[in-house]
Design a protein. Structure first.
Length: 108
């Protein structure tokens, strides 16, 4: 299982994405993400507007960006060893209601 992405978020939290999860989960269930690996990296490194606490899973955080008319939503599981593992990534119309904001992007 090869890591195809390793980046830090603005808070210094390290996040990885394995080739297996990219191919067998993200692309299998969300083929619209096929050519968006670079956007996944940028979303984690420079989320906009925010990083949120997932409303269903206490051990998951959510990164958002809006590169065009749709958002990219990335769900990252917090691993026991203190890093994050990308669970899924997909496009959506808006951030999910009920999520609490953990970090807000500065207004530039």
């Amino acid at each position: 299982m090869e890591n195809i992405l390793e980046v830090d978020d603005p808070r210094g939290f390290h996040v990885i994405l394995t080739s297996e999860n990219w191919e067998k989960h993200v692309l299998l269930h969300h083929p619209e993400m096929k050519n968006r690996l670079e956007q996944v990296a940028k979303t984690i490194q420079k989320p906009f507007p925010c990083i949120c606490q997932d409303r269903w899973e206490d051990n998951c955080i959510v990164y958002y960006s809006k590169p065009d008319r749709l958002y990219i939503r990335i769900v990252v599981q917090i691993m026991p060893k203190g890093y994050g593992m990308v669970n899924t990534a997909y496009r959506c119309r808006s951030p999910k209601s009920g999520e609490s904001i953990l970090w807000m992007a500065p207004n530039n």
